[in-house]
Design a protein around this ligand. Structure first.
Ligand SMILES: Nc1ncnc2c1ncn2[C@@H]1O[C@H](COP(=O)(O)OP(=O)(O)O)[C@@H](O)[C@H]1O
Ligand SMILES: [Mg+2]
Length: 138
């Protein structure tokens, strides 16, 4: 998904980096669904940063092991405008998505839930947003 979105990131002036833990447990899931989740989170981050003026445009994708769950935690972090306290509780509501045909955050959360994981979002200091999801061991 990083490769697929890379040209869009470059076009938007976004620097992409990864932080992937060297030792990760294997998790089982629906590959296409999880790819769609990643695609939406990455595209959201790039689109959020396309609107900012000067300043760093950074996107970092991370994967860590979560030993307590025997699973993994994936993070998509950006330096965009971030998430307002008002928007935070509404982000995952079905009709908050702005693209009618798009696969929004509400669907992403359902997919992660179906994998027995969780998807949530944090505003970041001094700017930007972090979306994280976990996938527990099978
Ligand atoms: N990384 C982000 N930074 C800032 N706002 C975001 C980010 N990701 C999502 N959002 C906000 O949440 C909204 C809903 O996202 P999503 O459900 O994926 O729908 P869509 O991308 O089709 O608008 C976006 O329109 C945007 O306002
Ligand atoms: Mg989206």
């Amino acid at each position: 998904m990083i490769a697929l979105t890379y040209s869009e990131a470059v076009k938007t002036g976004v620097t992409v980096s990864t932080r992937l833990a060297p030792q990760l447990p294997r998790v089982q899931g629906d590959r296409v669904q999880l790819q769609q989740v990643m695609l939406n989170l990455i595209v959201n981050a790039i689109q959020a940063m396309s609107g900012i003026g000067e300043g760093a445009r950074e996107l970092q994708i991370s994967i860590d092991a979560v030993p307590s769950e025997g699973g993994v935690r994936v993070g998509v972090w950006d330096t965009g405008p971030g998430l307002s306290p008002e928007s935070l509780p509404r982000l995952f509501e079905p009709f908050y998505t702005t693209k009618p045909e798009g696969m929004g955050l509400s669907v992403c959360r359902s997919i992660i839930k179906a994998h027995r994981g969780r998807l949530w979002a944090f505003p970041c200091e001094p700017q930007g947003a972090l979306f994280q999801f976990t996938i527990p061991a099978t």
